[in-house]
Design a protein around this ligand. Structure first.
Ligand code: NOJ
Ligand code: NOJ
Length: 614
């Protein structure tokens, strides 16, 4: 039975996501027009849609996930060609990493979803499957499950050893928050046993072959090895924080890092080694590996392939350039300008087109690198990364350029534009309703393959977050980047135990009033204020003199957020509109019909309403 501690936070925060129809909670999702014009207005439009699109694919309340167990994530609602109505461990962990980071950044309503995910994964760990079972850990490498939480027994590329590592990283990110917020005992008793199984799996099996993240190639895969190193490092730190131990983390992490160096061929990062698939090994696998092991506290370290490292920059150019000639929609676009990016140039799966998540990853690496240079106060042009920088400044020579230099300014300004160019590719090929599929046509850019791909939405959220300066927590890279002088093929045998966190969400207390936060995205100019006016007395009964001013304390260029929290009786139905007030005092209502909202009845003490000014 699960410790009750986990629910203390639940009561204090919202759980509307789990309990109310998701689409209705975000009224703009179906109604709003796509903003046109600047990239910023596209990002403002797409952000809430991506979040909602992602939530729609999570059971049990997700609008597009009927019959899916609570906390399980479908890869896509598509049930044919391709059938993605399954729960992949990798896609789910990456999705929830984005949600945990959004939660930590202030979207507290996401916590019930995160807790459902934890319970669901605790159960999955103990499910015997074609990869094996929990007794020796082998079953943890199973790549995907049925949406009711049972094993998928069909033929598949298995095992895929990135899954446990990614899942542990996501759980650890949430655990750090719980510890910082006074819930260490929940981490120790409920979450650590699940994390510990995954860490033991990584420590035991990292040196055995695996199917890559694309489920095709059996060998060693950069993405998998990189994420395995990261999770062993942060896993050990977490263990120490809560008085537990992870001996396998300590003994294996340096060896995994040692092995990671073998993917560097002097010019770019090899996606797959110890295999014979006949490909160039140029693959966005490597860019994904870099962004998912990005540590904002790290320097531009080569050994961990940090986004700003000379290796990762050289690789960014080689990898993205490899798609310039293979996709017709990229034709004529010069090096140094953004292009549509796929998985790897030889790909034929579902047409082998550009992928949204791959193109977004190319942007995200550059935003990460810009953050790192800014923090360090300089950037270095080296023989290895010079070709990357020459795309933006043909005359640039090898050297270190301080942030006060004109070369630094020229390069970083151009690279920011380059990064935004990848987001611009996404803008160009996102349909007017904001939906993100898996792929878009190499010939004409129309969306293809699985619709509403959860991982596409998650990738949009993380790239947009990095662009707006929202960084993930450090995983401890600064003390874990030293490579041992000799590598050895070691392993740490683990002992595994079925986690006990199998209880469903406990019944909660019904609330009589709800703190409703009204958010509206609108780009305003200095002196303007947004007000909330509405049909009920709490909103001034349609009298603008009594309307409620919103706050701009969280206003960002990527999300020009105005918000206010109003306590309202559960069950109240109200009409409302936003109003712009000039510094002169003049007021203007937004266009369109009145908006309507019903304050939820149930256990949610808070609810978020997200709108875009109309
Ligand atoms: C399904 C996998 O999900 C995909 O990544 C792969 O390319 C195809 N099978 C072909 O093996
Ligand atoms: C195919 C992709 O190659 C793989 O990485 C992913 O896990 C599945 N589709 C589900 O999205």
């Amino acid at each position: 039975m699960l410790s009750l501690h986990l629910f203390i936070h639940l009561a204090a925060t919202a759980n509307f996501v789990a309990q109310f129809p998701l689409v209705d909670s975000f009224p703009f999702y179906n109604n709003e027009e796509r903003a046109t014009g600047s990239l910023a207005s596209f990002l403002t439009f797409e952000g809430p849609i991506a979040l909602q699109g992602l939530l729609n694919n999570i059971g049990s309340g997700g609008a597009l996930a009927p019959g899916v167990e609570a906390g399980l994530v479908i890869a896509s609602p598509s049930k044919a060609n391709p059938d993605y109505f399954y729960s992949w461990t990798r896609d789910s962990a990456l999705t929830f990493k984005a949600l945990v980071d959004a939660f930590i950044a202030g979207n507290f309503g996401l916590q019930p979803e995160i807790q459902n995910y934890i319970y669901a994964q605790a159960q999955l760990q103990a499910v015997s499957n074609p990869s094996g079972n929990l007794s020796n850990g082998a079953g943890l490498g199973e790549p995907k499950f049925e949406v009711d939480g049972t094993a998928f027994t069909g033929a598949w590329g298995r095992p895929q050893r990135d899954g446990p590592a990614l899942r542990a990283t996501t759980f650890i990110a949430y655990s750090r928050w719980l510890i910082a917020n006074g819930s260490t005992s929940t981490v120790t008793s409920v979450i650590w046993p699940i994390i510990s199984n995954d860490l033991k799996y990584v420590a035991q099996y990292w040196n055995q072959t695996t199917f890559d993240l694309w489920e095709e190639t059996d060998g060693s895969s950069f993405f998998t090895t990189a994420i395995q190193h990261r999770t062993l490092v942060e896993g050990n730190t977490l263990a120490e924080q809560i008085g537990q131990t992870c001996p396998g983390c300590v003994s294996q992490a340096p060896q995994v890092l040692c092995f990671l160096q073998s993917y560097w061929n002097g010019h770019y990062v090899l996606a797959n080694i110890n295999e014979n698939n006949g490909r160039s090994s140029k693959d966005v696998n490597t860019i994904l590996g870099s962004i998912h092991t990005f540590d904002p506290a790290a320097g531009c370290d080569d050994t961990t392939f940090q986004p700003c490292s000379q290796r990762a920059l050289a690789n960014h150019k080689v990898t993205t350039d490899s798609f310039r000639t293979v996709f017709a929609i990229n034709s004529g676009i010069a090096e140094g300008s953004a292009v549509a990016v796929g998985r790897y140039p030889e790909d034929v799966y579902q047409g082998g087109n550009p992928w949204y998540l791959a193109t977004l990853a190319a942007a995200e690496q550059l935003y990460d690198a810009l953050y790192q240079w800014n923090k360090i106060g300089s950037l270095s042009v080296t023989a290895i990364n010079q070709a990357f920088f020459k795309d933006f400044m043909p005359s640039v020579t090898v050297g270190t350029y301080a942030s006060s230099s004109s070369t630094y300014t020229t390069l970083t300004t151009a690279i920011k534009t380059y990064a935004d160019g990848y987001m611009g590719i996404i803008e160009t090929y996102t349909p007017s309703n904001g939906s993100l599929a898996e792929q878009f046509s190499r010939k004409n850019g129309t969306p293809l393959s699985a619709v509403q791909l959860t991982w596409s939405f998650a990738s949009f959220l993380t790239a947009a977050a990095r662009r707006s300066g929202q960084m993930p927590a450090s995983w401890g890279e600064p003390t874990a980047s030293a490579v041992p002088s000799a590598c050895s093929a070691t392993s740490a045998q683990g002992s595994y135990a079925a986690p006990t966190a199998t209880a469903p969400l406990s019944p909660c207390t019904t609330v009589s009033s709800v703190a409703v936060t009204f958010n509206v995205a609108e780009i305003t100019t200095f002196g303007e204020t947004i007000l909330l006016a509405g049909s009920i007395s709490q909103l001034g009964s349609w009298n603008t003199a009594n309307a409620i001013p919103l706050s701009a304390t969280d206003y960002q260029s990527a999300y020009p957020r105005w918000y206010v929290t109003v306590s309202l009786p559960a069950g109240t139905t109200l009409q409302y509109k936003f109003v712009k007030e000039e510094s002169s005092g003049g007021t203007t209502y937004e266009d369109g019909a009145n908006r309507e909202f019903t304050v939820p009845t149930g256990c949610a003490a808070t609810v978020q309403v997200h709108d875009v000014w109309q």
